[in-house]
Write a protein that binds this ligand. Structure first.
Ligand code: PLP
Length: 393
């Protein structure tokens, strides 16, 4: 069985491109060119150079000694929290800005919920000197003032989405409308392994640098390229896709995807898509998503803004359905407790998204000889207010 996208963008029965006809020329131009461009030596050279000198790659693979002692297994942390801008998202936006330049585009649009992808996009637009418009729901603009300020400082225009619930899905609708109206000069940077083909595959390829580095680093530290388990949190699924990518076809490597259970799977306030989702279409791809019996998308909830998404990318839907990956869901309380434990055991303040991945250590027993790699997708600076409120610091 293949766990990669086929040429139509399908992972098993999931994926594809379910888009309005007016968007077809835009995605088709990208589809016809993305692999060729990514394989050009000049593209690879510029991408690798920027990942090294601008993002700070390779990020360390850190043996977490005290965490390992606590859980009696060998735990390594892949330190995506040390990337420029504080998370893995910039790996993808660097790749896409170079792609946009190769396609002759001189304007970038993006959508953002909590603002993390908006900041990563505004960053690379400043780097490249390209105009940047970020769509963001009016409610989210009010809730995420620091990230709005960051985007403005970086030179981006933040346009409020005023329709519907005035959150992420409305911002996405506005971005798509913009792209339909500006098909020639504009590239749309999607922030996770979601959206119509070729986005999920393109974003997974850009993020796959994470597992490529893990292999090299494990070989050096453990004398073998493959861990026994690789663990990552899943919102849309891009950090997980990057951490899993080069292990997908190696069945000896156990893959663990961690979703947000919010206040509990059965409380109606959750974002545990694999547990609650059914097949449907969201953002132009066929995947698992949380919906009512009439097919209306359910409003998701998680304490972590990055996991607060009602679907998962089609790669993850397929990993779930085929049984290749084990899916575990973690509540707000479990994630917050494990996040604080990581601070005090290792001196690392994780993003709340990443804290979900650490919480599985409380649920799943590994053996002392197991090598477990946990992808530390981002740092917790952005979540300080949440930690303060939760722990009454
Ligand atoms: C955005 C974000 C996520 C969730 O997005 P994925 O596409 O699932 O990786 C996870 N962790 C951090 C730190 C994030 O900023």
């Amino acid at each position: 069985m293949s766990y990669h996208a086929n040429e139509k963008g399908y992972y098993g029965e999931f994926g594809g491109a379910f888009i309005p006809e007016m968007l077809y020329p835009n995605t088709e131009e990208l589809r016809q060119n993305y692999i060729r461009i990514m394989e050009e030596p000049s593209f690879k050279e510029e991408f690798d150079q920027l990942l090294q000198d601008y993002v700070g790659r390779p990020t360390p693979l850190y043996f977490a000694k005290r965490l390992s002692e606590k859980y009696d297994t060998k735990i390594y942390l892949k330190r995506e929290d040390l990337c420029h801008t504080g998370a893995h998202k910039v790996n993808n936006t660097i790749g896409q800005i170079l792609m946009a330049k190769k396609l002759g585009k001189n304007r970038i649009i993006a959508e953002t919920g909590a603002g993390q992808h908006g900041v990563a996009t505004a960053t690379v637009c400043a780097l490249a000197g390209i105009e940047c418009v970020v769509y963001m729901g009016e409610i989210d603009i009010a809730r995420q003032a620091p990230n709005v300020a960051r985007m403005k400082m970086l030179g981006a225009e933040v346009r409020p989405a005023l329709s519907g619930s005035r959150t992420l899905k409305d911002a996405t609708n506005e971005a798509i409308r913009d792209w339909i109206n500006n098909p020639v000069d504009t590239h749309y940077i999607i922030g996770s392994v979601v959206g119509p083909h070729p986005y999920p595959d393109m974003v997974a390829r850009f993020q796959s640098v994470i597992s490529k580095e893990i292999k090299n680093q494990l070989l050096e530290k453990e004398g073998r390229e493959n861990p026994d388990y690789v663990v990552a949190c899943v919102g849309g699924g891009s950090n997980a896709a990057g951490a899993f990518y080069h292990f997908l076809d190696t069945p000896e490597v156990g893959i663990i995807a961690v979703e947000a259970a919010g206040k509990g799977i059965d409380t109606g306030e959750s974002a545990a898509t694999s547990a609650l989702g059914k097949i449907g279409i969201i953002h132009g791809s066929k995947t698992l998503l949380m919906q009512t019996n009439d097919g209306q998308i359910t409003e998701p909830y998680s304490i972590s803004a990055g996991l607060d998404y009602p679907g998962v990318g089609p790669m993850h839907a397929h990993l779930f359905q085929s049984g290749r990956a084990e899916f575990i869901s973690i509540t707000d309380d479990e994630a917050m407790t494990s996040g604080l434990a990581l601070c005090q055991l290792e001196g690392i303040i994780p993003a709340i998204e990443s804290s979900h991945a650490f919480a599985i250590l409380e649920q799943k027993k590994f053996s002392p000889s197991d090598v477990v790699v946990i992808n530390l997708s981002g740092r917790g600076d952005k979540d300080l207010q949440n930690y303060i409120d939760y722990f009454k610091l």
